[in-house]
Design a binder for this molecule. Structure first.
Ligand code: ZN
Length: 434
């Protein structure tokens, strides 16, 4: 069903969306409206009835429903964000908002994160409209604002105030999985995301006795804070295997012909070589001190000192994370959540996971599909409040030497046209048979 026109359109739409600058600088500094209107117009041309929704003027979301043939089937959510992170034009080889297609590659901010997927969704449903195809399940399409900041104007707003638009949705598909991971030994692996670590951005506050810098001070807030963040930074978090990571390690060990010794995961990771990258960030919680703020004059001991820590916890790992932070910060330093998001876990023995896997295997028979857990988070966290289980699935067949992970928020973000074509074929195949 993915016809010739769909192949042209996915490239055109990716370029066009990149040219509509939706840079999200945080703090509300972003305007997704032009991209939302563009996406809504493409959906309307396919006979759908998209609605535009805003919590804040200019921060526009788009939702549309494709009616399936089986009204008793659960609906499926297909979502992609419209905003992008900032790009400094001087650092780039091609202007980041040019959407230029050069030597078979589309360049620009959002080419991978994630205007490519937005364009793939549009190209597929328009091809269906031309061919008269209807999926079995209802498919709800959501293009969201504000994923790159708080999601308060985007998926969070939609989940809180418009749950009726997602009626019947039990599962969701979005960034970022089903891309080609080359292991450097000739194997091609396609990781499909079936989980996300939770977000625990922390604010630490140490209090002490303010005073003259030349006097004895055993209640120095800066010293107390420094001791706490040193303990946090040096902490060795214990290994914890979630079902998704356990499945990933078992399948990878089989693929490499290594003993599946889940009792010695560090050694197993070592044996996996470069492929360990797919799992190493998700076998334990983590907490990285990232910002410090204390004092105003060299000869004055301040009464307070503040630090920020980027913490991430595994599905099922939140309580351990909290109690560990209590211990590491100690009695003189308080900690609180600066920003807090849930961890997600999706089953890898579901019919949907099997369908995602089969769609990739059909068009990349040389590839090995494995589940993985994302180390960070996506809009799927917000939609999980509506009981929607999220999978990361933005299919892209990528050539060796192309560093997919480096494209996210990176300089010279770009995507091969061939990868977009593969994505349209795989997405179409999955959605028609879901
Ligand atoms: Zn993204």
């Amino acid at each position: 069903m993915a016809d010739r026109l769909a192949m042209d359109e996915v490239v055109e739409f990716t370029s066009d969306l990149i040219r509509l600058d939706t840079t999200n600088r945080g703090g509300g500094d972003c305007r997704e409206r032009p991209a939302a209107e563009y996406a809504a117009a493409r959906l309307a041309e396919a006979g759908l009835a998209p609605v535009l929704l805003e919590r804040t003027p200019g921060r526009t979301n788009v939702v549309a429903r494709v009616e399936g043939t089986d009204p008793s089937a659960d609906a499926l959510l297909l979502h992609g964000h419209l905003d992008v992170v900032p790009a400094e034009a001087a650092d780039w080889s091609v202007h980041p908002f040019s959407g230029e297609v050069r030597d078979g590659v589309v360049w620009g901010r959002g080419a991978v994160d994630m205007k490519n997927m937005d364009a793939m969704i549009l190209a597929v449903v328009r091809a269906w409209a031309r061919a008269g195809v209807r999926p079995r399940r209802d498919i709800v399409i959501a293009f969201t604002a504000d994923e790159e900041a708080s999601a308060e104007d985007g998926s969070g707003f939609l989940a809180d105030t418009h749950p009726e638009l997602f009626e019947g949705c039990t599962e969701g598909i979005s960034e970022s999985g089903a891309f080609t991971f080359h292991d450097g030994l000739g194997r091609q692996i396609y990781p499909i995301a079936a989980g996300e670590r939770g977000t625990a951005w922390l604010k630490l506050t140490a209090r002490g006795r303010a005073g003259h810098g030349s006097k004895v001070n055993r209640e120095n807030a800066v010293t107390r804070l420094a001791a706490a963040i040193t303990r946090i930074g040096a902490h060795e978090w214990p290994l914890r295997l979630t079902p998704t990571v356990r499945a990933a390690l078992t399948e990878l060990a089989a693929l490499y012909g290594i003993d599946t010794d889940l009792g010695d995961v560090d050694r197993l990771l070592e044996k996996l070589g470069p492929t360990a990258k797919l799992v190493e960030a998700t076998v334990r919680n983590s907490a990285n001190p990232t910002m410090l703020d204390a004092g105003y004059k060299i000869n004055v001991v301040p009464g307070e000192a503040v630090a920020y820590v980027d913490g991430r916890y595994l599905p099922g790992g939140e309580e351990e994370f909290r109690t560990t932070l209590d211990l590491l910060t100690g009695p003189d330093v308080d900690w609180e959540f600066h920003h807090h998001e849930v961890a997600l876990q999706a089953p890898v023995d579901s019919a949907t996971y099997a369908g995602l896997r089969a769609a990739v295997e059909e068009f990349a028979p040389e590839g090995h599909v494995v589940p993985y857990c994302m180390s960070g988070g996506t809009d799927a966290k917000q939609f999980s409040r509506l009981g929607i289980t999220g999978y990361g699935f933005t299919p892209l067949k990528l050539p060796e030497g192309y560093d997919y992970q480096a494209m996210f928020h990176g300089v010279d973000e770009r995507v091969p046209v061939e990868a977009l074509h593969f994505g349209v074929r795989v997405l179409d195949r999955f959605l028609r048979t879901a």
